[in-house]
Write a protein that binds this ligand. Sequence first.
Ligand code: CAA
Ligand code: NAD
Length: 286
Amino acid sequence: MTIQQVMVIGAGQMGSGIAQVCAQAGLAVKLNDISEESFEKGIRTITQNLSRNVVKGRMTETEKEAVLKRIDKSLSLEDASGVDLVIEAAVENMKVKQSIFKQLDEITPPHTILASNTSSLPITEIAAVTKRPEQVIGMHFMNPVPVMKLVEIIRGLATSDEVYTEIEQLTKKFEKVPVEVNDFPGFVANRVLMPMINEAIYTLYEGVASKEAIDDVMKLGMNHPMGPLTLADFIGLDTCLYIMETLYEGFGDSKYRPCPLLRKYVKAGWLGRKTGRGFYDYELEN
Ligand code: CAA
Ligand code: NAD
């Protein structure tokens, strides 16, 4: 099968980046969101990223326009009726994802592959609500999508070898590096990364050091490009909490207990960069 038409669900920071790399690879993209405002914001982000590529001489203005032309607005899942692949990047919530996949199973043609960009939720459980679990797979892009090379590819219990190979080849077409991972909570990326971020939040909560000091230790001492609290704000504190909850529930091990300070910030609506406030303050972009 040649994948030519894709729907990306969720036009947030991940979905907009995924739509951009799909369109840059020549695919026709339907970018779907429940909110028109979120769609418009996503398109503005993509336009800014592409404009920067033009300024840097990596792309011509004509190429930029061609990429943008390949992205269509969608506010209804029914628009998935003709696509070869769906990549879902809505919120990190099992109920939301299962509801989307159940609908997609009815709407899309039998050959369509259904992928999720979930950070941590079991692919097998998402696949179980469909009648095509062999065609459901995890495609975990990293943030910011246009820059980061890794895509963790997660096999659900029933994912077929054919579908795995198809997605692996597509990832290479995106000029990204596929890494195969089995279906366990948090996969590899967030099983390792998120407990470190959670621990950094505990060190702040317990008054071990200031937020700036914690970030400096990890930036200057471990050569991390961003300190863990800056990175948490960048990822989104709601997403960080959802991932910690998945690890905590999935393994039943108290070492994954989300820090109460993380819960408090999420309850306050301080979700990080995307809401203008998290551990740090930000000017809201576009
Ligand atoms: N979108 C698109 N491009 C971006 C960007 C964004 N949000 N942020 C930065 N860039 C681009 C810049 O435009 C710049 O491109 P050029 O080479 O064309 O100039 C390039 O990235 C480098 O940016 P900067 O020079 O401004 O800054 P930097 O050197 O500090 O790099 C960074 C920025 C790449 C984001 C770097 O700080 C970094 O690697 N941070 C860590 C990111 C990380 O850990 N990501 C994984 C998060 S976890 C995850 O994604 C999984 C999950 O499930 C939660
Ligand atoms: P986000 O909050 O920036 O965007 C989510 C978008 O999904 C919003 O625009 C929202 O309107 C839309 N949405 C919500 N419910 C929807 C539905 N039912 N149908 C269509 N659209 C819907 O979130 P994000 O950071 O882009 O994360 C999206 C997914 O990607 C999550 O599963 C997250 O775990 C995963 N992920 C996030 C990161 C990260 O660093 N933020 C990295 C890798 C994977």
